[in-house]
Design a protein around this ligand. Sequence first.
Ligand code: HDE
Length: 707
Amino acid sequence: MKIKANSPATGKNGLDKQNTNKKSEQLDVYRSDSAEQTLTTNQGVKISDNQNSLKAGVRGATLMEDFILREKITHFDHERIPERIVHARGVGAHGFFEAYPGNEKWTKAGFLTNTGAQTPVFVRFSTVQGPRGSADTVRDIRGFATKFYTDEGNFDLVANDAPVFFIQDGIKFPDFVHALKPEPQTEIPSGASAHDTFWDFVSLVPESAHAVMWAMSDRAIPRNLRSIQGFGVHTFRLINAENKAVFVKFHWTPKQGLTQLVWDEAQKLAGKDPDFHRRDLYEAIASGNYPEWELGVQIVPEEDEMKFDFDLLDATKIIPEELVPVTPIGRMVLNRNVDYFFGETEQVAFCPGHVVPGIDFTNDPLLQARLFSYTDTQLSRLGGPNFHQIPINKPVCPFHNNQRDGLHQRLIHTGQANYEPNSIDDNWPAEAPGATQAGGFESYQERIDGHKIRQRSESFNDHFTHARLFYQSQAPHEQKHIIDAYVFELSKVQRQNIREREVLEVLCNIDLTLAQQVADQLGIEIPAEKKAAKLPDVLISKRLSFEAFKPADIKARKIAILAHDKANEASIKAVQAWAESESAVADVLTPRPGPVLSQQGTVIPSDGMQKAEPSIAYDAVVIVDGDNYEMVLKDGIATHYLLEAYKHLKPIVFLGDKGQLIEDLKLISDEGTLANSQFDTVQDSFKTLIMNHRVWARELISETIPA
Ligand code: HDE
């Protein structure tokens, strides 16, 4: 992996200097740079000895008086803060957002309408279930939270990579999270939903059926965070300068296309490289391969609110894109890694209630509970009400009010009047009157007329149609993965009654073929009357399948070049040159850490050892020709590399003499096994295969190959 961190094009941590605008510089003034500085205490006293504590004689007891030791240890003792109750494991990056023209039709929000400007953003991706130290590649929904530092205040789009949630009303969130989290008696399992309490809860709460289906699909095992979608989940409102509102659903679509892991890979990576996703994001940005997303909205005019056979306020439903297409409104590029994980990624505090004029809420009862929860949780996580003053959370526009004091107050408030109205300070800070003209926030004046009532709307009652819509919209290989996932997860559930309930009371209501296949593998009998049920037909939504999201290039895709002593240097150079021209990453992997000697007698530098950089970390493999066939055939590491890559459905190029390996390793040739003496004759097909990412047709065959 070649990181261009300090190349002229990129500054520290891959920061693209061309994209550094004024506002991100404003965020940067908080950086504390120790270069060429003397070590001091927190009080600024220079430290002359950082190796030895102060003792009564060289072999004597340590003295209480050692304020340098005490300050250092005291600070260290308090370095940990509570981790997030959910989404504890995350990774963040900086970037910018640019609006496309034409959005003023729907919103007055400046960052969405001012097309010349770049708005700085900070994004934090996360898993939901696992603690801070858990593995990246577990089966889970991914959080995708974006803070837009706009001129009118911070807007947080706190999204997930699934467009639906497991519950409809926020009052069920603590129950859901308790059931999902590690079980209380053992604190097992970390980062996984394959356990009794999760399946107990979801099998008793049918409104979870649709979101569980997403969690059992390949969406929950993304190959990297650069290729996930993001969804605001709830219906929001956009409001224009005439105070006219439309309902919207927010969508992030990755320019890199959607890619997934295969389950076996996900599990192996969790052990071999638990930091797989955060490493990938860091390396992509540091090497100048900036991930990019398009922001889009599905727009529903106010008058169409009741037009659908589901409720727009129900967070367990999508609006199929066939009914309302996604309108692109801007793009986001992540182009700078964080300098200090704790100060930025850990301390960032998102809240769906952080909106700016031109964006507003709806009455979705899940959203309404979220509006309370996020600020509340930061009070204990970040230690008081002043967390908005932490650099990563601070707006880049001015902020003034009469809130004072509290733990960790960082500002020196001047002036005598800390109340409003006041005459002492001429009534400053003053309201922004005539809200629209002066840029003040005005809540959308929705007419409400109802009884105070604890009841779910009947329009929230259909829990299975959208789960069926999702399942039936998947490609056959994706449906197989969903079946495999249900079988895997339910096989880990100890209680037979929970397994049966999920199959008979949930899956049988979604899709009978799905239910039957899961039931067969778990040895569960489906009663005849359930088998005979006629479930309503649904439309097919192609946009729910990975197949609808293919990239136009192979930027940042990773290719392993397997090279041994006596490998053909020309072939290696050809692959490297081609990969560079495609902005892909090509690593020469050798049997040992050092270089190998080519067939031509030249030294080929190594980017890593085959044993330490397993095929599961790469998207495709090339095995290089040379004068070394027998050596390679007898090399268990290299042959396992190829078998595993084949099993994980990756494209493999066998150059020159290495074409014979297909037969000798008992692989079955297919469109993804390219054998030829010259790389340039296969490079175009190789590129298409890498863009398609997996050779799905190989899947059933590969299950018979041990690896
Ligand atoms: Fe969250 N959620 N959530 N959530 N959520 C948190 O806030 C909560 C929900 C999401 O990278 C917490 O600061 C409630 C939906 C993301 O820092 C907490 C409900 C969606 C993140 C919280 C939901 C999300 C969080 C924990 C149901 C997708 C990580 C720490 C009413 C649209 C943000 C924190 C980050 C984090 C509460 C449901 C996304 C406890 C009560 C739906 C991406 O406040």
